[in-house]
Write a protein that binds this ligand. Structure first.
Ligand SMILES: [Zn+2]
Length: 346
């Protein structure tokens, strides 16, 4: 029995000596297989325990098991030592005082920023913000706005119509934020002033100044004593604040079905101030901006108001156009390009 004990201890000593000399993880693996593997002498010894008498087993069993645990522990220790020895402490040192790396951060899209700026200016002048659906009925998009049945704007060439079920009203993607006008008027009694910013859609070829999907904002002021002077004043105030420079307004007579009288709306050139003329304004001192006018009484009647009871003024402007002028953006298609090189500039 003592012989067996001695043999087990010899095996342990031999294993420890080899582990101490091992240089690589591969060496360790080989030694481990040799001493603790399935075909190892030690494993055979363990298996042989069951053939001993119970007295013998009690005498030698605990020792054999303790030695096995010792050996397992020594392999684990040796591996841990090797791992620590392989660390390059200088290279892998964590400098807790080093400045951090800034993670990329998202921000609002340029058009959202511009829309919010416009909303801020108008709300500070007492305007409310209104909205309407992007899929609109022919009534609100055209009929209610006094657009004649055969007006070219209703053409399939210009407007995205949506196939509707039999008997339902013709639906289309709204072609102008003016569609919000009558919706709002049906729910409110003058006086009021609102802007309605939103997305609109036109079935047209795209180029540097045209997009099939873009943003507009409609301004609408209705009351018993609204006149063109209010239009000039509010517009001049808005554009001067938006462009952060004193802007002059010019109205030229024009025709839009929903206003009477109607105007083309120009502002003094932002580059030359309108005095001398420059290439930005084609040397005439003015920049075209959109349409405006006094609300046609037919529109009021369509909204359920009494004819000639109220006067109103309305304008519609393209949000992209204003952003392009303010930030010198050469191509309207950049806004929806998803190009982060463009978007990250704002
Ligand atoms: Zn100019």
């Amino acid at each position: 029995m003592n012989e067996l004990k001695k043999h087990v201890v010899d095996i342990q000593n031999e294993a420890f000596a080899l582990v101490a000399k091992a240089k690589t993880e591969t060496d360790l693996n080989e030694i481990e297989i040799r001493f603790l593997g399935r075909k190892s002498e030690f494993n055979a010894l363990l298996k042989g325990l069951k053939d001993l008498s119970s007295e013998e087993r009690q005498a030698v069993g605990p020792l054999v098991n303790a030695i096995k645990q010792e050996m397992i522990r020594s392999f684990a220790e040796a591996r841990q030592k090797m791992k620590l020895a392989s660390v390059d402490w200088e290279k892998d040192r964590l400098d807790v005082t080093a400045p951090g790396v800034k993670l990329p951060e998202g921000h609002l899209h340029i058009l959202t920023q511009v829309q919010r700026e416009i909303e801020d200016i108008f709300t500070s002048m007492g305007f409310d913000i209104a909205s309407g659906p992007e899929i609109e009925t022919e009534f609100y998009n055209f009929d209610a706005l006094n657009t004649p049945a055969h007006h070219p704007a209703r053409d399939m060439q210009d407007t995205f119509y949506i196939k509707s079920k039999d008997g339902q009203e013709n639906l289309s993607l709204r072609s102008q934020t003016s569609a919000v006008q009558v919706r709002y008027m049906e729910q409110h009694t003058p006086p009021f002033r609102i802007i309605a910013p939103g997305r609109v859609f036109r079935n047209e070829a795209t180029d540097t100044t045209h997009e099939h999907t873009f943003f507009q904002f409609e301004a609408l002021m209705v009351g018993e004593d609204i006149n063109v002077g209010n239009l000039k004043y509010v517009a001049q105030e808005f554009f001067s604040r938006f462009f952060k420079t004193e802007v002059k307004i010019r109205l030229r007579p024009s025709y839009f079905p929903f206003v009477e009288p109607g105007f083309e709306f120009d502002i003094s050139c932002l580059s030359c101030g309108g005095e001398k003329g420059c290439s930005a304004c084609r040397h005439n001192g003015w920049l075209e901006l959109g349409g405006a006018g006094m609300v046609n009484q037919n529109v009021f009647v369509n909204a359920g108001y009494e004819r000639n009871r109220y006067q109103g003024l309305a304008w519609g402007f393209g949000l992209e156009r204003l952003a392009m002028m303010k930030y010198d953006i050469p191509d309207i298609r950049l806004f929806h390009s998803g190009d982060t090189r463009f978007l990250s500039q704002f």
